[in-house]
Design a protein around this ligand. Structure first.
Ligand code: SF4
Length: 426
């Protein structure tokens, strides 16, 4: 949406600044996200009484009626309208007529094409390859906000990445709502692996990172082809959610811990330096002490590099929100703390193994004199003395961010911390 405005000559500002138009791309993944979206919509009105305020995105998709009650909003637009965002706003500028346009996404069969998006706020570009999800996990509202699986035409994806590569971007992140389902609506004749093989050939792109993936995507057949793609990063974010089969069943996740363990073994067999990260929900309805202990022990065994731990929060409109046996907030907090501790230990232990090793880092930013970037397997690296190193030990005060940003450089790891490794340029 930012790019669409830029193409028409608008300027994009920070959301905290005074602007003429505010586009709030709402999220609805939890009740809290809904609340934050509403707060943001009201807050921007305080920044400017005259501004045009647009609510779009997933909360609009499932909470249209609630949003209509908020006077501050001028336009309410569903997910399918985002591609025409500028036209909607310009119509409002002419007519000053409040409007709501929200299609029922459940009946949509085609991916909504935005055109080649090359606008990126970060060093790495996010490439959307599909929309929607058919999995219906019992806690999740996303299938209702995003609709069924719709895959993006591979030609458009390749065209977009080519343009991004021409801009000098080296790393892309393949993303979507459920990327493992890519191609399902092409009768499975062209799947994610076919697409990745084509992307791997694009000149200029040096790293292909996969966004969160469904564990069941990883089969030996898939890995035998994937491992040949040298640009694919050895970092896989496998959403596990629980390490207990009973909890997984209630969550309507479609794998068992045994299958998951086999998948992890396969990944570790094919990728020597693989880093695995995951999402875990604690305090899911009816998660007993025993179930949590099973989860904890499973996680201890798997040793994820990092776990994103979420305390279950009931999402209105989902099956899990209606389940008996909702867990007390204090228990959720305790369980969450236990898993965060485990995650921190794992991360530090893994980082320590890198001390003394040389790694290639794609530098992303400089903040307070510290240069930050990630390795191919997604370890965060901090370098302090790049100014000196880059200038052959001649200290200068004007080495700019741009000199280092978006460069892949070799560094030597010198000290491991929980969240990152300190390193020096080689
Ligand atoms: S697979 Fe992911 S997006 Fe789809 S329903 Fe489950 S949690 Fe939601």
């Amino acid at each position: 949406m930012a790019q669409k405005f830029l193409e028409k000559g608008y300027e994009v500002t920070e959301h905290t600044e005074k602007a003429d138009i505010y586009i709030i791309n709402t999220c609805t993944v939890t009740n809290m996200s809904d609340r934050k979206s509403r707060q943001m919509l009201r807050r921007v009105r305080d920044l400017s009484k005259e501004a045009i305020i647009v609510a779009c995105g997933c909360y609009v998709q499932v909470g249209e009626e609630e949003l209509k009650k908020i006077d501050e909003i001028d336009l309410i637009l569903g997910n399918n309208e985002k591609k025409d965002i500028v036209e909607h706003v310009e119509k409002y500028i002419e007519t000053h007529q409040k409007d709501t346009k929200v299609d029922d996404v459940m009946y949509k069969k085609d991916f909504v094409e935005f055109g080649d998006i090359t606008y990126t706020e970060k060093t790495r570009a996010v490439i959307k390859i599909q929309d929607g999800c058919d999995r219906f996990c019992s806690y999740c509202i996303i299938p209702y906000a995003r609709g069924r699986v719709r895959s993006r035409n591979p030609k458009n994806i390749i065209s977009e990445i080519n343009k991004i590569a021409q801009k000098g971007i080296k790393e892309i992140v393949i993303t979507g709502i459920h990327i493992a389902s890519y191609g399902k609506d092409f009768d499975n004749k062209y799947k994610l692996i076919d697409l990745l093989e084509e992307i791997n050939k694009i000149k200029g792109i040096e790293r292909i990172r996969l966004g969160s993936i469904e564990p069941l995507l990883i089969t030996e057949e898939f890995l035998l082809r994937l491992v040949k793609l040298e640009k694919v990063c050895e970092h896989f974010h496998l959403s596990l959610q629980s390490g207990c089969d009973e909890t997984l069943k209630r969550m309507n996740r479609r794998y068992t811990t045994r299958q998951f363990r086999d998948i992890v073994e396969l990944l570790r067999k094919y990728y020597k330096n693989v880093i695995l990260t995951t999402d875990i929900i604690v305090g899911f309805p009816q998660e007993s002490k025993e179930e949590f202990t099973i989860t904890y022990n499973f996680l201890k065994e798997i040793k994820f590099y990092k776990m994103h731990v979420f305390k279950y929060s009931p999402r209105k409109g989902t099956k899990a929100a209606q389940m008996k046996g909702q867990i007390d907030g204090k228990i959720k907090e305790e369980r969450s703390q236990k898993l965060i501790e485990l995650s921190n230990i794992n991360q530090k232990t893994y980082n320590v193994q890198y001390v003394g090793k040389k790694v290639d880092v794609l530098f992303e930013e400089q903040k307070d004199g510290i240069y930050k970037g990630h390795t191919k397997n997604y370890i965060l690296i901090h370098c302090n003395d790049i100014k000196n190193d880059l200038n052959n030990n001649k200290r200068t005060s004007n080495t700019s961010n741009k000199e280092i940003e978006n460069q892949i450089l070799t560094v030597k790891c010198i000290k491991a911390h929980e969240e990152y490794i300190e390193a020096e340029l080689q």
